[in-house]
Design a protein around this ligand. Sequence first.
Ligand code: ATP
Length: 256
Amino acid sequence: MNEDQPILELKNITKSFQDLNVLKDLNLKINQGEICCLLGPSGSGKTTLFRIASGLAEADSGHIIKNNNPRFAYVFQSPRLLPWKSAEENLIFVQKNYGLESENKLRDLLFRLSGLEKFKTAYPHELSGGMQQRLELIRAFAVKPDLIFLDEPFKSLDMKTIMNLRKLITLIQAETEITLFLITHDPEEALLLADRIYIMAAENSGIIKEIKVKQPREKRKISDPELYQQLENIMEIFSDLVSDLEDAGEEIKKIF
Ligand SMILES: Nc1ncnc2c1ncn2[C@@H]1O[C@H](COP(=O)(O)OP(=O)(O)OP(=O)(O)O)[C@@H](O)[C@H]1O
């Protein structure tokens, strides 16, 4: 990881939808080779920021600085595989954009690491949800990107699949130093994976806190006192955002 070499910088990003202000004066940078997590509650504008940072949408104002013309890849909340193509053809399809379609060895390796080697010729509908998400993930790595944007890639998956996918991501990332920008609403996930965490609060704000996680990733456990303290700090920020429903008690009693 190179602390001094941001691969992507966002400066004073602002975005509204009609009269809804979602992002205001948002600043962040992602360094080359790091895993950076964007953490925030539902509706805080994470996906909006993801789309702007990755070039899929435009900000109303602000600047995006990309260094060394990075190649981007994407992993979305639910897989966007081509249903009429087999698993391997899905990889070849994206590789073709970069002239990488003859990289059989890379595909073989990714299929082996993801445990999908027996399913190369299977079509997406023949794969389980977790298998489809694994395929979506290796498809992103198949284009040898510099930066992968992952928008809540483990949403709706079971714990075992999530743990396997996290292991797969960190294993490949450690060997390749590909930069990852991962959106999550799970503080534990962010603390287990990230080198740097940016926290967003409610809508119409920027980044309210930046946390650096120093412990070696492979040894991290939430029960580790330092990590646990960081988790408590994040939970405290989030608890301030929880709606106050105390007055609703009487109303609920009357109606029920
Ligand atoms: N294209 C759009 N048009 C109008 N409003 C939008 C649009 N996209 C997002 N919004 C609004 O912007 C706000 C932020 O949405 P966004 O999807 O970025 O949040 P999020 O933090 O990713 O939420 P979640 O964790 O639930 O996916 C929401 O109030 C949403 O309704």
